[in-house]
Ligand binder design. Structure first.
Ligand code: PRP
Length: 205
């Protein structure tokens, strides 16, 4: 049995497409079910940010999750394969025509990703006050909660609509197939078999 944690949210559809190519058209989580059994495989539907946790604790052998999430929660897992889907960028953004005033003693940044933000600014020796939010990050600079944001950009529409601009790209992200260390060694043949199937589908997308 191999258990695979799949993400809800922004990359869910693209990820489910890959797995339905392998496991058949009827591959879907019905009636708000969070577990799906397909032969020797069991799939778990979990929040994007929770995927690495399920894998790190071996509640799942494999998982699919964005690089942004992996960089934010540095857990001890194996990054097996870049699926090259779910592409987005983690960016530093600020108000159009205002920008970021680096002469300030401290810059206040609103973000869902405090660890990525801290790493980025500590390398530049810029003092920051990082405010952790859980969503609607673009609002923060508009109402004076923050000088800038670190957020995900996919189409760029949300930032544009709120008169924000990208100052710098911090990370280019895509979805990765990840594995638990012990699972990988214990179930290597089956995992590599699935890996190859996923790789072929990825290369034909
Ligand atoms: C993300 C991100 C931006 C938006 C970017 O939010 O935080 O708000 O998507 O996408 P775009 O560049 O295509 O406009 P999400 O949809 O995950 O919602 P949230 O703000 O509630 O977390």
């Amino acid at each position: 049995m191999i258990t695979i944690a799949l993400p809800k949210g922004r990359i869910a559809d693209e990820v489910l497409n890959i797995f339905s190519s392998i496991f058949g058209d009827e591959f879907c989580f019905l009636d708000r079910k969070l577990i799906l059994q397909k032969g020797d495989f069991r799939f778990l539907l979990v929040r994007n940010q929770d995927v690495p946790i399920y894998v790190a604790y071996q509640a799942a052998d494999l998982g699919v999750v964005g690089l942004d999430v992996l960089e934010e929660n540095k857990l001890d897992i194996i990054r097996l394969l870049d699926l090259k889907i779910g592409k987005c960028k983690v960016v530093l953004g600020s108000k159009l025509n205002v920008g970021i005033d680096y002469n300030k003693p401290q810059i206040r940044i609103a973000t869902k990703m405090p660890n990525i933000t801290r790493d980025f600014f500590s390398k530049r020796a810029v003092a920051t006050d990082i405010i952790k939010l859980y969503g609607s990050i673009e609002l923060a600079p508009l109402v004076g909660l923050a000088d800038a944001i670190v957020d995900i950009v996919e189409t760029g529409n949300t930032m544009k609509q709120h008169n924000l601009k990208v100052d710098e790209v911090i990370l280019e992200s895509s979805a990765y197939l990840i594995a638990n260390h012990n699972s990988f060694y214990a179930k290597k043949t089956n995992i590599l078999d699935l890996y190859k199937k996923i790789e072929i589908i990825r290369d034909n997308l």
